[in-house]
Write a protein that binds this ligand. Structure first.
Ligand code: PLP
Length: 223
């Protein structure tokens, strides 16, 4: 795996308006450093216990994104430095993020994860739930979180048309919310969709952030 070539190759395929998040989960700091040396500054991790030591070890100009399902009791470990949390799937998580952000005197940007896949195992809100959340009284009180958009993961399938349909549906929800009247701490700016196997489709369907792991770092080995 030539990480530098992979990054350059992917960069050529995505528009400059789309942000490339290099998903470095399971890969050691040496590999992340290689990507960093190739100019990559934005990295995504899905586990707090893996993210914090990597944050400690690597350059402080890296922008760290949390992309995996989070337990509320872990928020405190990343509140001081996390750039964006993509995986908000409950109101209670948002409340805890607000509490921890307040403690470190920050405003933390978040994406609401929408369940667009067929698999039950994937996390996220339904369309109706997200509309309710964005209009809830509760959100108005969360002054230290800022909702900046939506995130979704398509079904794990070879069927490109199904993937496209799911991304298109998410983009439609995004556009609908973008033109709705939302509270001051919710702005629809970012649409995080697309991974190694489907980022081209996601870009065609309007993604503004792709989360690419194995196409940069190679296959993951879970121990
Ligand atoms: C692991 C992961 C990715 C990257 O997956 P690849 O198929 O390796 O590109 C993207 N998004 C989320 C939420 C992930 O957990």
């Amino acid at each position: 795996m030539n990480i530098k070539n992979n990054i350059n190759n992917i960069r050529q395929q995505i528009p400059s308006t789309c942000k490339l998040i290099a998903v470095s989960k399971t890969h050691p700091v040496e590999k992340i450093q290689e990507a960093y040396d190739a100019g990559q500054r934005v990295f995504g991790e899905n586990k707090v216990q893996e993210l914090t030591p990597k944050y400690e070890a690597l350059s402080k100009d890296i922008e760290w994104h949390m992309i995996g399902h989070m337990q509320s009791n872990k928020v405190k470990y990343i509140a001081s430095f996390i750039h964006l949390i993509h995986s908000i799937d409950s109101i209670s998580l948002l409340q805890e993020i607000n509490k921890q952000a307040l403690r470190v005197n920050r405003t933390i940007s978040c994406l609401l994860q929408i369940h667009i896949a067929e698999e039950e195992t994937k996390f996220g809100f339904s369309d109706n739930e997200v509309v309710d959340l964005l209009h809830s009284e509760l959100l108005l009180k969360l002054n230290n979180v800022r909702i900046v958009g939506l995130m979704g993961m398509a079904t794990f399938t070879e069927n490109k048309e199904q993937i496209r349909k799911e991304f298109r549906g998410l983009k439609q929800l995004f556009d609908k919310l973008k033109s709705a009247k939302l509270p001051a701490n919710a702005i629809m700016q970012e649409l995080s969709m697309g991974m190694s196997s489907d980022y081209q489709i996601a870009i065609e369907e309007g993604s503004s952030m792709v989360r690419v792991g194995s196409a940069i770092f190679g296959e993951r080995i879970y121990q």
